[in-house]
Design a protein around this ligand. Structure first.
Ligand code: PMP
Length: 428
């Protein structure tokens, strides 16, 4: 479909006004004007099945969330320097979804800020500065956490205190114990830091490894590495910005699949269903040194409107049974995509947990050559057919399928039949 004059005009204005660092999705960029549930509507009224946007976890523009936002915005919006019940009610409700050891929460507006804060807290608690992340990690936009985000590209500065380790990839390391290998790599990174006089502060991982390529199995593969970093005096930080809030199906948090309790957890994206809110959750003993050294105030973080929104999101997750739903519909969708691999040789691997699914496309199932150009073509073709997905991994050859949690079985059926058609055209 050709772009309309109005969309061409919007693209030109964007470039002029927003400058060169922004990127649009798709060869034919999309212009949405409305969203509802798992659907987005473009300016011409065409519906698109959203299989990509994890932020709108309870569905686009969910009425319960919109009502909570409007109600509180009409009454009061201040900040955390005044007393307010909603902030504390929300903190209690959010903390109740975590293991008991994680007993305190600090609010921010973005996942980047939450990771930045976690980094400061880790440094204060451990007295170290060294941080280990995965090879193709993304942890955010601030100066500090962009340096912990190799997936941003080689042009981004990398501090001397950062070490990277390969993600536990059970597809490309068949027969290896990925938990063992990951722990060994973390230990080697610690040795390397120490050799340069750097004391380890933290191992920071996205517990579904979204940008590294979506790695979920076998559950438990982080546990040994967490022990290794702790034995070296550092802490384990779980970045739940992508996997959190029920996405991995059957549990609220991605780390729960790995049988460990992190020292710090960062959350964001789906927390406000689109309203900008994020947080760092901590074991109280880890926060002590930071609290002694510094006061903390985040102007917008944890304001009464945000907390009303966050509360409404948790209420919908509960009342609509989305954690169980995600497990069921996610397993159904993975199974159906898996069956497509009999027909389409380009599908090398289907993996993930709940409604966080990675489909790795390869040119050859023996040498696993990444099918990078085919993946880009497929994603654009799916868009033309009215279905939204994206790609991930260092070679951008892994389909990232991450719909709102309200995605239904019918949505899954439509998704798979569209993918089947698109694969037949793009990848044979
Ligand atoms: N961590 C992870 C794993 C993320 O995916 C992101 C956002 N893509 C962030 C942190 C940063 O969150 P934000 O964009 O809200 O700053």
């Amino acid at each position: 479909t050709a772009l309309a004059d109005h969309e061409r005009d919007l693209i030109a204005r964007r470039e002029k006004l927003l400058g060169p660092a922004y990127r649009l999705f798709y060869a034919n960029p999309l212009h949405f004007v409305r969203g509802e549930g798992a659907w987005l509507y473009d300016a011409a009224g065409r519906p698109y099945l959203d299989a990509y946007n994890n932020v709108a976890c309870v569905g686009h523009s969910h009425p319960h969330v919109v009502a909570a936002l409007s109600r509180q915005a009409a009454v009061l919006n201040t900040h955390t320097r005044y007393l307010h019940e909603t902030i504390l009610d929300y903190a209690e409700k959010l903390l109740a979804t975590f293991p008991r050891e994680l007993g305190q929460v600090m609010f921010t507006c973005t996942g980047s800020e939450a990771n930045d804060l976690a980094l400061r807290v880790a440094k204060m608690h451990t007295g170290g500065t060294g941080v280990i992340v995965t090879d193709w990690a993304y942890h955010g936009v601030t100066d500090a956490v962009s340096q912990l985000s190799p997936s941003l590209g080689s042009g981004v500065l990398r501090g001397g205190y950062v070490r990277t380790v390969p993600a536990p990839d059970s597809y490309r390391s068949v027969g290896q114990d990925v938990a063992e290998a990951f722990a060994r790599d973390v230990a080697a990174a610690i040795d390397d830091m120490r050799a340069k006089g750097i004391k380890p502060a933290a191992l920071l991982v996205d517990t579904i490894l979204s940008s590294d390529g979506v790695f979920s199995d076998p559950p438990g593969f982080f546990a040994k590495a967490a022990e290794v970093i702790r034995a070296a005096g550092g802490i384990f930080i779980a970045d739940e910005v992508q996997p959190g809030f029920g996405r991995t199906g059957g549990q609220m948090w991605g780390f729960e699949r790995h049988g460990l309790v992190p020292d710090l957890v960062t959350v964001g994206k789906p927390m406000g269903n689109g309203h900008p809110m994020a947080a760092m959750i901590a074991k109280p003993e880890i926060l002590k040194a930071f609290g002694r050294a510094s006061r903390y105030f985040n102007t917008f973080g944890g304001n009464p409107v945000s907390c009303a929104v966050g509360m409404a999101v948790l209420e919908v997750i509960e009342s609509e049974g989305l954690v169980d739903h995600t497990q069921k519909v996610g397993a159904y969708l993975r199974e159906k995509i898996g069956r497509l691999s009999d027909k389409h040789a380009i599908i090398g691997d289907v993996r993930g947990a709940g409604l966080f699914i990675g489909v790795e496309l390869v040119r050859d199932r023996k040498n696993l050559e990444p099918a990078t150009t085919e993946t880009a073509r497929l994603i654009n073709d799916m868009r033309e057919r009215g279905v939204l997905i994206s790609g991930t991994g260092p070679h951008a050859n892994i389909l990232k399928i991450r719909p709102p949690l309200v995605f239904s079985k019918e949505n899954a059926d439509l998704f798979v039949s569209t993918l089947d058609d698109a694969l037949a055209v793009c990848c044979t």
